[in-house]
Ligand binder design. Structure first.
Ligand code: SF4
Ligand code: SF4
Length: 335
């Protein structure tokens, strides 16, 4: 297993990390087995989030006795100082540790980022926790290139997490700038939320980019672990055949795949279109029905509210049949 330094954090981590979303569909014992296997195979980076329901708790149970083998990263959607302080304490309790290596601001919008950095914002709580030795480093996760670009200019940001995969490479130039600024780049959604079925090919594509410090595919089974290790350890250059397959995947998904760019906004009736597709994707691709429906229930306007005006479709650069897709989401999510 190759190890890299995670930007200015100085942490030495395996290039393949562990994405903690899918363990929600197994259990604490299954998670323990996976983590023990990871220790044997040299994988030392774990990513989770306050928002991934039982993920932190399962990991806390699974890390009993082997906590020191891992660099643990989690994240919170808290935007205020009080809420972030409370979330850090909850994470420490769930993860059964007195120290979290990396704590990230979870996917803020531009406005929320201002709030995080403003008076009584979440950043204050993170900096205090860092000074108290409860967390080691502070990072940020984003889905929009505007937030990514802004984060590159912020001194307190030690790592950035952003989607990057065969069909979502809009962040490539910004990822390169992470290297220039010594910011660790953590690649999320390597399989495009499950849309790319060939995991090995997807990881080969990502690992060929030296600006990616660590890639964190979600894993819940030993076979996935072994397959992902094999793909990340394979250092042979991408073959013509592989490049051809990647092109085919791009062609196939490129016309019918939401990249969460949000150019389609604003929806006439206020539907958050990329979020609907994201949450529905967790159900359609990961089979995480409860979690997907729980997240979906937080959306103030549901897919079923679409009046089919078509305005969003005029603005989508990928020409997605948004109305048709929203109908399917409304059916799957039940509202
Ligand atoms: S077609 Fe539906 S989703 Fe698109 S803007 Fe109109 S109401 Fe919103
Ligand atoms: S529907 Fe189209 S414009 Fe809207 S977020 Fe998805 S890809 Fe972007």
């Amino acid at each position: 297993m190759e190890y890299r330094i995670l930007g200015k954090t100085g942490l030495k981590i395996s290039r393949l990390g562990f994405g903690g979303i899918p363990i929600q569909r197994i259990d604490a014992e299954g998670t323990k087995k996976l983590l023990h296997e990871m220790v044997k195979k040299g994988i030392n980076y774990i990513d989770t989030a306050r928002g991934y329901t039982v993920s932190e708790e399962y990991l806390g149970y699974a890390m009993e006795g082997i906590r020191d083998k891992f660099v643990v990263a989690t994240k919170s959607m808290a935007r205020t100082k009080d809420a972030m302080r409370a979330d850090i304490e909850t994470s420490l309790g769930n993860l059964r540790t007195d120290y979290i290596d990396l704590y990230q601001v979870h996917n803020p919008s531009m406005e929320q980022l201002e709030q995080v950095m403003g008076e009584d914002g979440a950043l204050q709580a993170l900096q205090e926790a860092k000074a108290e030795g409860k967390i080691g480093h502070i990072g940020l996760t984003a889905h929009s290139t505007a937030v990514f670009e802004k984060a590159l200019e912020l001194d307190w940001v030690e790592t950035i997490m952003f989607p990057y995969n065969i069909v979502e490479n809009q962040g490539e130039e910004l990822i390169r700038r992470c290297t220039e600024k010594n910011i660790g780049f953590i690649d999320m959604k390597p399989l495009a939320g499950g849309a790319i079925e060939d995991a090995s090919l997807a990881l080969r594509y990502i690992c060929a980019n030296r600006d990616v410090t660590v890639v964190i595919p979600g894993m819940a089974e030993m076979t996935e672990l072994d397959q992902n290790i094999k793909a990340c350890e394979d250092e042979t250059p991408l073959s013509g055949e592989e490049l051809q397959k990647m092109e085919e995947i791009k062609q196939q998904l490129g016309t019918d795949f939401c990249r969460r760019c949000n150019y389609c906004a604003p929806c006439t009736v206020g539907i958050n279109i990329p979020s609907v597709f994201l949450f529905a994707g967790y159900l359609q691709r990961y089979n995480l029905a409860d979690w997907a429906k729980d997240r979906y229930s937080t959306l103030p306007v549901k897919a079923s509210a679409c009046i089919e005006c078509g305005e969003c479709e005029k603005r989508c650069p990928y020409h997605l049949p948004i109305r048709e897709k929203l109908k399917k989401c409304a059916e799957d999510m039940g509202e």
